[in-house]
Design a binder for this molecule. Structure first.
Ligand code: NAP
Length: 276
């Protein structure tokens, strides 16, 4: 089965359009603010998707494009300027940030209510504590939305995540544990990765290496969620060699058209939470 993100995203989009209509009646200037540093093609493609979704649901946007070399103090000033405005529902900063910027300090510059990608430490703490008002970073939450939309059971299932970053692997592990899955996190120092992934009921990949995972990494009844986004001469592809794995496993997300499609919608869901 091909797990298509567009179908899961369409369901979320319907709900958000209704919510946005009501919101615009009160404040037609409502918007989200996106900060992009430099011109990374991953960020630009994500940004385009977010802008399209905002247009479709009727939510305003403001893109603040800054030089990658911006100092931490100047960046914080820019964030604070928008964070004070009532019309700003949410703030998104594309990650990873350039090495000279401290993600924790930048995350604190966004107030917890306007933080839509779980960068503020308060939101991370809520996630860790399992607080019901928590949000999670958008990509892991998109993975969960997709699994839920396709009724993939999680309780007592063994899920292997190949990624340990703060934007994917670690928060995703917490979300999966909330659903009673058994979770293993792998990374670049994991020994015998094939042995790990080929035992899993669900494998979630996010290593940023085009077509790295062939069918030898999976068992035939597994579900494969490919979060990787890679740009090659042939175009965009995931971490999984979709052509060879598709026929072999039980369910798989395509790239493009999988998790990424849902991620940008989850972001808007966070921006509109509790605001009607
Ligand atoms: P990252 O911080 O570079 O993390 C990559 C992870 O993969 C690290 O944990 C790394 O291990 C691990 N890894 C790298 N090579 C490996 C190997 N050969 N074997 C096992 N593990 C390996 O990247 P990220 O920001 O989390 O993003 C990961 C991918 O997801 C990228 O392709 C990115 O474009 C994509 N992404 C997609 C979406 C979406 O909506 N679909 C959103 C965000 C990101 P170490 O920790 O040991 O280095």
């Amino acid at each position: 089965m091909k797990l298509e993100g567009a179908k899961a995203a369409a369901q979320i989009k319907n709900d958000l359009s209704e919510q946005c209509k009501k919101l615009n009646q009160k404040n037609s200037d409502s918007k989200i603010v996106i900060f992009r540093l430099g011109n990374n093609p991953d960020d630009i493609s994500y940004e385009q998707r977010i802008l399209k979704n905002c247009r479709e649901i009727g939510l305003g946007t403001k893109v603040v494009s800054l030089a990658e070399s911006i100092t931490q103090d100047d960046f914080i000033k820019e964030i604070t300027h928008y964070d004070k405005q009532d019309s700003v529902l949410g703030i998104l900063i594309f990650r990873p940030l350039p090495k000279h910027l401290d993600e924790r300090i930048i995350g604190e510059a966004i107030s917890a209510e306007r933080d839509i990608d779980c960068m503020n430490p308060l939101n991370l703490k809520k996630l860790l504590l399992g607080d019901l008002t928590r949000i999670a970073p958008c990509t892991p939450e998109a993975v969960m939305e997709l699994l839920k939309f396709y009724d993939i059971p999680l309780k007592s299932k063994h899920v292997v995540i190949v990624n340990r970053s703060m934007v994917l692997g670690k928060p995703l592990a917490l979300l999966l544990l909330e659903e009673d899955a058994t979770v293993t996190i792998c990374h670049s120092k994991t020994e015998d990765l094939i042995r790990m992934t080929s035992q899993a009921d669900i494998v979630i990949t996010g290593i940023g290496k085009p077509k790295f995972f062939g069918k030898e990494y999976f068992k035939s009844d597994s579900t494969v969620i490919d979060v990787g986004i890679n740009f090659t001469q042939e175009g965009m592809c995931g971490d999984v060699d979709f052509e060879s794995v598709n026929e072999y496993v039980s369910a798989i997300t395509p790239v493009p058209g999988g998790v990424g499609t849902v991620t940008s919608m989850v972001l808007l869901k966070h921006a509109l939470r509790g605001k009607e």
